[in-house]
Design a protein around this ligand. Structure first.
Ligand code: 2AM
Ligand code: CA
Ligand code: CA
Ligand code: CA
Length: 263
């Protein structure tokens, strides 16, 4: 079992899954809700997760899979090889827009990041990295991030965090909205994470993400010098739900210290 085989196997599965998702848009899609009426899931999310799990277990029976839709293993720590998968990140976009969603996959070996993938399914853009080997977009190297300045920064976040809410003091967020060049909300944590890797965004934050939302993208973004933590500036466990903050290295600490006050 060479790591090169795992990487090319994962890449092949993602391309195949992407074709299945695009084909599914011509058929019936069943939508239901999970924790609340806006927390949506479709039969395609579930089928794609099952597709990955079946193929991974056939080829690598000892590997474990942590997937959003719950068909994989219940993973409480990261020993061995763990595939952290979100079959569709941005399900609401998948349903409403039929674009702006991604397959998100991170492969961790004994807790350490090994491979990251984020596939923009409709644009057929595959963001990919092997830890320590640089990041690529459709096979082309993604250059290291250049210095960013807060006053010229584009920051990804949901509007709900700059109005009164139970998780973060919104006056700090209002000041951040005023001080940066612009705010963007794309509705896919995986895509927003790789947008920081390509400089399309300079930072992205969320009050509540699961490991599968960001397991792949953070490996890609860290390869080009982005800094990834939770919103308190601490390292992520990649096992538990947490806040999330990724930014260009030159503004990461500045944003946390000046604007972020979690409740
Ligand atoms: P999903 O589409 O896979 O559910 C949207 O702002 C981003 O947050 C998406 O990456 C989305 O992933 C994720 N997300 C949506 N609902 C969530 C929830 N209830 N808890 C955590 N993350 C969520
Ligand atoms: Ca979901
Ligand atoms: Ca997700
Ligand atoms: Ca999902």
């Amino acid at each position: 079992m060479t790591t090169d085989t795992i990487q090319s196997f994962a890449r092949m599965l993602i391309i195949e899954a992407g074709s299945k998702i695009r084909a599914s848009l011509d058929g019936d899609i069943w939508i239901s809700s999970k924790s609340n009426v806006n927390d949506l899931v479709t039969n395609i999310d579930q089928d794609i997760e099952k597709f990955f799990i079946q193929r991974i277990k056939e080829s690598y029976p000892t590997h474990r899979v942590m997937g959003e839709e719950g068909f994989g293993d219940s993973v409480e720590s990261l020993e061995g090889v763990v595939w952290i998968l979100d079959p569709i990140d941005g399900t609401m976009n998948f349903i409403h827009q039929k674009r702006n969603f991604a397959i998100s996959l991170g492969i961790y070996m004994d807790g350490k990041p090994a491979f990251g993938f984020v596939f923009d399914v409709m644009l057929e853009e595959l963001y990919e990295a092997e830890k320590g080997q640089g990041a690529y977009l459709n096979g082309k190297p993604i250059p290291p991030l250049e210095e960013a300045h807060l006053s010229e920064a584009l920051v990804g976040m949901n509007a709900s965090w700059s109005i009164p809410n139970k998780r973060i003091e919104h006056d700090g967020m209002i000041q951040l909205v005023r001080d940066v060049r612009g705010i963007r909300s794309y509705g896919s944590a995986a895509l927003e994470t790789v947008y920081v890797a390509t400089g399309r965004l300079d930072a992205y934050m969320s009050m509540r993400l699961n490991p599968w939302d960001i397991a792949g993208g953070r490996i890609i973004a860290e390869e080009v010098g982005a800094v990834v933590t939770n919103l308190r500036g601490n390292e992520l466990t990649m096992v538990d739900k947490d806040t999330f903050f990724i930014a260009n290295k030159s503004i990461h600490r500045q944003i946390i210290e000046k604007y972020i006050r979690l409740k």
